[in-house]
Design a protein around this ligand. Structure first.
Ligand SMILES: *Cc1c(COP(=O)(O)O)cnc(C)c1O
Length: 218
């Protein structure tokens, strides 16, 4: 057994069963990803279209694929057919494009809305106040299915500092769930990475995106 399988087995033993683990695999090879899958990972997160095309061709349907990178509109048409979920939708324009391309592929595309929970001006993601209006706009798109929220939070030395942003995103998640918007199902709350996933789970995450703790430092 290699280091990656050891890491996966150790990590999965610390994460509650109801929490879904996405292995964030940027810059990882197909062999590294296959080792993680063999050890128990079932979802791979990819940030870059170009990279993920090659990896997907090699690894294929042995895992599910989540797009977790920044969405660029010129990439949408390639991302939609390749991925099982897009976690980073942050505008109604993108949502409409995803819906159109999903229709061409006879597919209902599961998506999460990326929330800019710390309201950082330079970051992608929807400001918290704009999430519910965007949900309403997305709820009329027949080939797109909103299944929850994701957030990154700011880069901080101490992951404890992320707690307020995780808490705010969970409150928004609960508020939307209660609002019962048609065609919107609040199933996944994706937050927490290698340093912060225990805190994110305490604050209500049921999906975590973990890279370094699985694959090691780049
Ligand atoms: C790289 C990445 C992660 C994982 O980060 P680690 O700190 O390596 O666990 C999670 N989410 C996104 C969007 C990423 O780009």
């Amino acid at each position: 057994m290699g280091v990656i399988s050891d890491n996966v087995i150790r990590l999965l033993s610390t994460i509650p069963r109801e929490v879904t683990v996405v292995a964030a695999a940027k810059a990882k090879t197909a062999d590294e990803i296959l080792e993680a899958i063999e050890a128990g990972i079932s979802i791979i997160g990819e940030n870059y279209l170009q990279e993920s095309r090659e990896i997907l061709a090699q690894v294929g349907k042995r895992a599910q694929w989540h797009f977790i990178g920044r969405m660029q509109s010129n990439k949408v048409k390639h991302i939609v057919p390749l991925f099982d979920m897009i976690e980073t939708v942050d505008s109604s324009d993108l949502a409409r494009m995803i819906d159109q391309h999903a229709r061409q592929h006879d597919k209902i595309m599961p998506v999460l809305i990326a929330v800019n929970s710390a309201q950082e001006p330079q970051k992608s993601g929807v400001l918290p106040d704009n999430v519910i209006p965007l949900m309403h706009q997305m709820s009329v798109l027949p080939n797109l299915r909103v299944l929850g929220l994701m957030t990154m939070g700011p880069f901080l030395e101490d992951p404890e500092g992320l707690r307020p942003y995780f808490r705010l995103t969970k409150a928004l998640f609960d508020e939307i769930r209660t609002a019962r918007i048609p065609n919107v199902e609040m199933r996944y709350l994706s937050m927490g990475m290698s340093d912060s996933y225990p805190i994110a789970i305490e604050e209500g995450a049921n999906m975590v995106r973990i890279g370094t703790k699985i694959f090691g430092l780049r």
